[in-house]
Design a protein around this ligand. Structure first.
Ligand code: ADP
Ligand code: MG
Length: 316
């Protein structure tokens, strides 16, 4: 009980007719990297804003560090670092002065603050840009500045809302590694994203959201166990006829078989020897087999199975 950092109970948030949060409950324990995964519009940012008491809600309760969170809970707020989805820095301040400003909201001792600001700069790798103004920074560097501003005061709870959207792979890796480092240094993390690979990579526990509701929750292993798709086998095979596809569809454990552009994709639920059986059918028909590989389910498969739609668009 003492180790629950965030407790959200039956939260309801309406925007006029739209129910943005529909009786959402979450409990986040000390030391977790908790992932809120959901497509755009599923209510992740609304959850964060309600959690921080930046937004009023219609029903429910939020407790942080065991105390009710209200708009004037300044003692709680000073222990929280917030990295918003939309970068919020001052254009007229340099990188250094931006971080110094945000850190200064919490740390008044000048020497300590200088040390904290410099640590934050090193942490996000902005040493060469301290005198730059935000407008001169690339998207990735700007995101890193946004993060430095949120974490410089060494908060116990750090909330990052889609911190890697539209950043280059180098900054993205730096950000993900940084989050893991902050967690190792003792911070509890809440991380929202619609990128399942990232959530899978760094989160200790994940809640999947859709239309303001929590549709599933658990470790990535637990989530994957919930679905029947446990193995997707892909085979490159030329000129395979419909009869062969039908025969593969009939194999035990196979619940979906597709053949497009010389690629056979077979989704299997549990069972052993799936691959051998499939290859056996292809060999019986003297088909030429190219590359063959087998993949375990992703969180996208979990989302697809629960909600009937993909987590994100193909072009995303
Ligand atoms: P996410 O962060 O997961 O993309 P949001 O929390 O931003 O989702 O939005 C959840 C739902 O609430 C969406 O349908 C969105 O259009 C709606 N919404 C968000 N902010 C507002 C607002 N200020 N006024 C009206 N509707 C809003
Ligand atoms: Mg959002």
């Amino acid at each position: 009980m003492a180790d629950t950092v965030v407790k959200i109970t039956e939260l309801v948030k309406r925007y006029k007719d739209l129910i943005a949060l529909d009786h959402l409950s979450l409990e986040i324990e000390k030391g977790e990297i908790f992932g809120l995964l959901g497509p755009n519009g599923s209510g992740k940012t609304t959850t964060i804003n309600c959690l921080l008491a930046l937004l009023s809600f219609d029903k429910g309760r939020v407790e942080i560090f065991g105390k009710e969170m209200t708009p004037t809970s300044y003692d709680i707020k000073r222990e929280i670092g917030i990295i918003m989805q939309n970068v919020a820095v001052f254009d007229e301040l340099t990188v250094y002065d931006n971080i110094d400003y945000f850190c200064g909201l919490y740390i008044s001792d000048k020497e300590k603050r200088r040390q904290y600001v410099e640590e934050a700069i090193r942490f996000v790798g902005l040493e060469d840009f301290t005198k730059f103004y935000p407008k001169k920074l690339s998207g990735g560097l700007l995101r890193r500045l946004n993060i430095a501003c949120g974490i410089a005061h060494k908060p116990k709870l750090i909330i990052l809302d889609e911190p890697t959207v539209a950043v280059d792979p180098q900054s993205r890796n730096k950000i993900l590694e940084g989050i893991e480092q902050l967690n190792r240094d003792g911070a509890t993390i809440i991380y929202t994203s619609h990128y399942m690979e990232e959530v899978e990579q760094i989160c200790t526990r994940i809640a999947i959201m859709d239309k303001g509701r929590k549709v599933a929750e658990g470790t990535k292993e637990e989530l994957k166990k919930m679905i029947k798709n446990t193995e997707t086998i892909t085979v490159e095979v030329r000129e395979m006829g419909d009869g062969v596809l039908a025969q593969i569809s009939e194999l035990p454990h196979v619940y979906l078989a597709e053949y497009n552009d010389d690629i056979l994709k077979v989704a299997c639920s549990g069972g052993k020897h799936n691959l051998i059986r499939i290859l056996g059918v292809l060999q019986d028909h003297n088909l030429h087999i190219g590359r063959v590989y087998s993949e375990l389910p992703t969180l996208n498969d979990v989302f697809l199975e629960i909600t009937g739609k993909a987590l994100r668009d193909k072009e995303d």
